[in-house]
Design a protein around this ligand. Structure first.
Ligand code: COA
Length: 261
């Protein structure tokens, strides 16, 4: 069964009720523009309301990227108010996957940078392919992670590793991500969706109501409460010269020259 109603997503449901949502903007490494974000929100709503869907797999189109982050071209123009609003919006979209009462498995099949890593972290389980690369490079753009990364990364890998990753803007390859506890499995490229289906099938042998309640209970564990702060600080950074320089430098394919203002 294929849904034709999305521009940026492929949405397919198999005979076992496992929906596969593929972010389909491979020429821009599946970067999250406003259209992708809006469609992800719609897709999450559809998953929750469709009784025939029992689990979800989220992945990216192409062989290179899961999602290479928020669309830097769109970010570059933001002012403070718009930045804070975008951050809160992205957080809400990702929360709709995290709070989904059906299991959501991310298949990270390449770059998962910035918003891509944040989207994967909002999923209930992450499976990486061997070519996966995780990172939150926002500081290299004069920004901070704004779609929940400052909250979910420490919860997944601990504060020290999260500080290191966010403050360096560095990258973790699949095996290092496994070691850090960021992903639960690494499989050969091309095998991610099959592995995720295998895992989803094991989950779906269990009571669906219990699965939903287990997700709710795990999500209720204390962990993060700084989402509003993250959005506020993201907005504040959108007014800095460093942010304008960092995002412009990326678009002009040059190194940023930060002045600390
Ligand atoms: N936003 C907008 N466009 C993006 C993008 C993003 N986050 N990531 C990649 N793209 C675009 C590139 O601009 C390029 O477009 P073009 O062909 O029109 O020039 C295309 O996707 C391919 O990317 P390119 O950079 O040429 O591929 P690469 O293999 O040389 O590098 C990456 C891959 C992932 C290392 C590099 O694209 C990158 O650093 N992306 C940004 C990552 C990031 O900072 N994300 C956080 C954003 S908050």
């Amino acid at each position: 069964m294929t849904s034709p109603s999305f521009e940026y997503l492929l949405f397919e449901t198999d005979e076992n009720g496992i929906a596969t949502i593929t972010i389909n903007r491979p020429d821009k490494l599946n970067a999250l523009n406003a259209g992708v974000l809006g469609e992800l929100k719609t897709a999450a709503g559809r998953v929750e309301s469709d009784q025939d869907i029992r689990a979800v797999i989220l992945t990216g189109a192409g062989e290179k990227a899961f999602v290479a982050g928020a669309d830097i071209k769109e970010l570059n123009k933001l002012n403070r108010e718009e930045g804070e609003k975008l951050s809160a919006h992205g957080q809400a979209v990702f929360a709709s996957f995290e709070n989904c009462t059906k299991p959501v498995i991310a298949v990270v099949n390449g770059y998962a940078l910035g918003g891509g890593a944040e989207l994967a972290m909002a999923c209930h389980v992450r499976i990486a392919t061997e070519n996966a690369v995780f990172g939150l490079p926002e500081v290299s753009l004069g920004l901070i992670p704004g779609y929940g990364g400052t909250q979910r990364l420490p919860a997944l890998v601990g504060r020290s590793k999260a500080m290191e990753l966010i403050l360096t803007g560095g990258q973790l390859k699949a095996d290092a991500a496994l070691k850090a506890g960021l992903v639960s499995d690494v499989v050969p490229a091309g095998n991610g969706v099959a592995k995720a289906k295998e895992l989803a099938s094991k989950m779906l042998k269990n009571g669906p109501v219990a699965l939903g309640k287990a997700i709710q209970a795990i999500n209720a564990a204390p962990g993060y409460n700084g989402f509003a702060k993250e959005a506020q600080l993201f907005g504040e950074l959108c007014e800095t010269e460093d942010f304008r320089e960092g995002t412009t430098a990326f678009l002009e394919k040059r190194k940023a020259d930060f002045k600390g203002r």
